[in-house]
Design a protein around this ligand. Sequence first.
Ligand code: UN1
Length: 480
Amino acid sequence: MSDTLELSHWINGEKVSTDRPSESLNPSDTRDVVARVPDGGDAEVNAAVDAARAAFGGWADASPEVRSDVLDKASNILMERREEVGRLLSREEGKTLAEGIGETARAARILKFFGGEALRLHGQNLMSTRPGVEVQTYRQAVGVYGLITPWNFPIAIPAWKMAPALAFGNTVVIKPAGQTPATAEALVAILHEAGLPRGVVNMIIGRGRVGQAIVDHTGVDAISFTGSQGVGAGVALGAVKRQARVQLEMGGKNPLVVMDDADLDRAVQIALDGSFFATGQRCTASSRLIVQDGIHDKFVAALAEKVKALRVGDALDPETQMGPAVSEDQMETSYRYIQVARGDGGRVVTGGDRMQLEKPGWYVQPTLIADTATDMRINQEEVFGPVASTIRVKSYEEALEVANGVEFGLSAGIVTTSLKHARDFQRNARAGMVMVNLPTAGVDYHVPFGGSKKSSYGPREQGFAAVEFFTQTKTAYSWS
Ligand code: UN1
């Protein structure tokens, strides 16, 4: 067991000492207190917004080289410390050490990418329709960004929201998820170590009311949120009411279609990764496996064998292949949905029972449920755990219809050797991201990320697309 950290809010470049009424526990071993955690409220949010507003002018007007250098330096520090920060991440969130270190390295690369983007901010020069008049477009910083981030990617998502905000000259008030504040604080501390001026990033730790206070604050110009659909809808309403910009990334119920002509081993590996890695706690997870008749029984049997063999255990044990759920709540949600699926006629092929390991933790048996129908709750609602269901279909056309038959549309995948079906799926799957012979989860950081239907709202995140949400365009006309 390791030390317990004492976390603080960060306001105007300083750690603010405060009461720490709650604890963040290690989900792999709940006897281990990862951190003692403050619980912010209106006063802290107000102070953070004031600091961010005061810092805005100087940061937005600084040379892009200044912003680029801070991001680049933070990237280098984080990459150097990826083992240490990745270990903290895995200890706090429960994903395996390899996943925790991998995510930390990904966050470092995101900072590096946006360090470059800071220097590439550009506009257009056009001829006016009126002779002698010139038209130019500029992209300018917007102001203070309120960022509300989830626990399942406790460093990558704060990085991919903060980095573009900072690269393009905005300032930030961030509220990290209540379950994973220590990892977020590590990133905020590194940004300051890299030379970030005071007040440019402020972080308030706490519960939902901190998020609400950020959403409602008239000093916050834009909100970027990743989390559940229910909370997201409220965030959007609050933001629109006072005309703040808003961007939401929410759930998924992502389909993975497996066609008769697929390579069986490959299909099984893709499903295993998509459904169970990171304990299935990814909004891009493959939770619906839509399998064609001819390969169905072989696929279910082969996948069940792999799922059963997954070594579930302490996230920090290098032998572990799947860590615990992040919290008791998430663990209970998985078990509840397994019950619901059973009640609706689903057949649990492997998993499904409570798990008792030596250490007290929030472990869930990786679970595969076959013989489910598309309208069952298990195929319509997001579980956010290591639970996947299979749906048998006769044809490609039926597979596509089932794939599109949910209110979410984040990511969709197909495993096939048919170019015709792969291309048709790319065009007609109603999702923001489409994967051919790849898991639905696990995305690059330099390209757009986002979904359709109820999965996302507002401009895309990440990569070169981030400039849309994190800047505003000014159109300048001149005549001389
Ligand atoms: C990925 O699949 O690599 O919360 C990223 C989530 C997504 C990120 C997924 N916003 O799971």
